[in-house]
Design a binder for this molecule. Sequence first.
Ligand code: SF4
Length: 229
Amino acid sequence: MLIGGMQKNSLIDYPGKVSAALFTIGCNMRCGYCHNPELVLPERYANSMNLDEIFDFLEARKDKLDGIVISGGEPTMQPDLYDFIKTIKEMGYLVKLDTQGTNSKILKKLIEDKLIDFVAMDVKGPLDKYVMLAARPVDLDTILESISIIRDSGIDHEFRTTVVKEQIDPSDFQKIGELVKGAKRFALQRFRPGNTVSPSFSRKTTYSDEEFEEFKEIMSKYVKECVVH
Ligand code: SF4
């Protein structure tokens, strides 16, 4: 496991739980808006942390933390993710996995073996914009499969889309809604400029609060709960 960072205490990464978050190094997408270039761009990779120290920390915090969030980068690119999560589960933690759905096989296995309790999957946008948004080739069948696996899993889950005004049109929300129809929860994430994978995104914008309320109304027709971050 290549872990480039750890958030030792978080009230936001795992809804309703006190958690620690671990951020894996490496991603097979290059979303321009991504705020983790040190986990995504090889020339900027963070140093990987010592796993023994991470496990010592998790062992020591068992009474204070409810869950562990495995985020990235893209965690499912790590070949030893399954065993890593299994060890964390054996410590008694709840586990939340953040993914963009490009590895449906490991996702399915983790869910089937009851090793994860919550999955949050990025849905980059409507299928016809996926390659543009990810800035990499994407196997759309695998994305669809991951969505189905998560939605039908019965475990807590959330799909989420980061909304850059120059990339996502208001008419795209119906298409996104169709993709995630029946899901428990959907999060609309406002794009915030900053330290992004593509420097050109410092000039990009997002929609107004009123417009986000309209998007929320559209998405609420497709999912049980829709939130705006
Ligand atoms: S936002 Fe995109 S580039 Fe960044 S970690 Fe997620 S999938 Fe990878």
